[in-house]
Structures are given as C-alpha cells and as structure tokens.
Design a protein around this ligand. Sequence first.
Ligand SMILES: Cc1ncc(COP(=O)(O)O)c(C=O)c1O
Length: 408
Amino acid sequence: MPTISKRGEQMPPSPIRKLVPFAETAKKKGTKVYHLNIGQPDIETPKPVLDAVRHSEFKVLEYSHSAGNESYRRKLVTYYERFGIKLNHQQIIVTTGGSEAILFAFMACLDAGDEVLVPEPFYANYNGFAVEAGINVRTITANIESGFALPAMDAFEKAITPRTRAIMICNPNNPTGYLYSKKELSVLKELCLKHNLYLFSDEAYREFCYTGEHFSAMNLEGLEDHVILMDTISKRYSACGGRIGALVTKNQAVLDAVMKFAQARLSPPSFAQIAGEAAVDLPLDYFDGIKAEYQSRRDILVKMLNDIPGVFCPNPGGAFYAIARLPIDNADKFCQWLLESFSHEQQTVMLAPATGFYATTGLGTNEVRLAYVLNKDDIRNAMICLAKALEVYPGRVALKEEILEKGN
Ligand SMILES: Cc1ncc(COP(=O)(O)O)c(C=O)c1O
C-alpha cells in the first residue's frame, strides 16, 4: 500500500475536536453535554446578513475576483476606517475564512524551515497551518498568574534565531482571552524593527473587548511594511459557516505574493461575500448588545470557576474564551472522563484540554479552555456540573488546605 506523506503524519489532530466521539457516546446514553469546548457562537447570524444572501439573484454562480468582489473590499475599507485603519481596497484580499489568511501569510512570508514566534498557549490550528506551509512554530510561554500577559521582551530576544521571520499574536486572544495593550504592541513593534520580522496579527475577536479598547497592530506607526492582519467574519457576525476572512497589509510585495496563492485557489465563496458586504452595513450599535451578552456570560463563568475550591481562572479581557487551572492530574484524562464516566443529573460538560494549546510538552496539563458561547443558564448548569465533577474525579489533586488538614 502506498504510504502517506510525512506532512500528513505530522499534521496534528485538533485538540478541540478530538473528544467528539466521547461526547457522541455520552449523548447516545441520554446525557446532556454542555459544549464549552468549541468557539461556535450560539448568537443568531443577523437577519439582514442572511436576507442579503436570500435575496441575491444569481443567474450563474460564478467565480469572484481572486481577491474578492471589489464592492466588498471597498465596503471593508469603510469598516476598517472605524478603527482608524486607513486602507485602499487593493490592500485587502478576501480569503476563505481567517484560516486561509493565516495559511497565505505563512506561505507568502516564510520559507520552509523558517520560524514564527508565538506566545503560548496559542490557537492550536496555527500548528496545522505551519505544517501545511512547512514552517516551524516556536513559542514563548505566557503564564496564568499574569492572566497570560505578553511575555517580557527578553524572552522573545532569547527565542529569536536566524530562522525567525515573524512574531504572531492573536488579539484579543484565543485561547486565553487576554487583550494586548498598546504598550505591549509597542514592545512587539520594537522587536520587529530590530530583527526585521513580520508581525502577524490575528484579530478575529476585535469587537469583543471588555476591559479596554482594542488597539490594532495595523495602527502601529512605522511598522506598516511588517504588519499582516488576519481577519474573519466568523465570530464577529456569528457567520462561521460563511467561510469568509481577509488578509490585510500595506506591504505591496506581500500582497503580490499572496495574490498568486489567491489566484491558484481561484476565489473565495461568492454567497458569503454578499453576506459579508451586508454585515458592514449593520447599525453601529449592533455589537453593543452582543458584547454585553458575552461580558455577562464571562462574569458568571469566571466567578463560578473561582468559587470552586482549587480552581483559578484569570479574568479574560476579550474574545469569548477563558483558561482555568483545575486541581487535576491530567487535563486530557479529565476531559475524557467528564464525557465517559461522569454525569450529574444526566448532564455533563465538554471542555478543551489546554495541553493542545501549548507547544512545550508538559504545560497545560492542569488547565482547560472554556468557550462561553452558551446562554447564561447553560453556563451556570455547566459550572455546577464541573464543580460536582471535581468533587469526585479520581485524579483530583489534593489542595494545600486538604494536605494541611490530613497532616494535623
Ligand atoms: C484566533 C482564531 N483565528 C482564526 C480562526 C479561524 O477562523 P475562520 O472560521 O474564519 O477560518 C479562529 C476560529 O476559531 C480563531 O479562533
């Protein structure tokens, strides 16, 4: 039998989806599973966005321009203007989801064997895109005590090698929820200028910031030729299935190279570009309600987590994720056990083990990522389940107070 490629072997499975078969078995047994493992928002896609597609009149469902419909790109120019990002439509290439923008940036800016530096924990699919592009992800560890703030400049300096070509951030961050400040971005600017690196900025969750204003890497003055923005409508408008994103940069050479990749895959999806264009016309207060909803879910989740003995969860500043440290021996085992062997009143909770978001072996073994994409009642019920589960989990690690009590 022919063998599969090394690349095929190296391609990592998704840490977010690998427990799905266990969730399916739990559901077959009649257990309700609260899905906090995946960032699939339950918020409805705005009606005007869906209506624009419903009322579109195609005679032929043809390819669009490889960079995306010009009318959509011009509309996006007005969207970015709201954040002080001044562009022309030729600096935007519409992609098949933010995923393709990440892949295009890796392929257009790095050679095989080059390195991209990423603070860990990080969005696990960067690993997959790196394997596809033949590049290496190197990490600098952020810690839970600081809420996963940007590691010190020294740590970056130490990790930079002759093969390093880019630093990548996700702001606000998936999986930590950390919102990078303008000051932290200025540190990255200095590093990128000093070492002649690209700054890849994944801003999929730009609208969802709770503890401060979002500062886009595109607004870093003097770094215009280094910054590549990866964007998506997936989370912004609850339109994950539309598969529309964008790669944005002022670097003409990168745009020219990315266009060749864009031409090879012909075009981004046609229907969803119509949806994306209509979305830019939503009233500006559209996000107020959505943001308030996510923020109140975050408040419930973080409070209930920190009320559980032995659990620590820093308060995320944005996106809709949190990482919590639990009193457990092994997050992968625990998350599987929740689905396979535990239920409370016929309910359980599905979480993503944080190990998959770290590149450094051994990190994240007592951490999980939770996505607060369920309604508040479901989040409360899920947290009750988690608290009950931690009381009976066989691999529970004793807390300091318990050890002291035993000693007495
Ligand atoms: C940080 C981040 N970047 C990119 C993506 C990919 O988004 P898309 O659905 O647009 O491909 C996601 C999806 O979860 C994400 O969380």
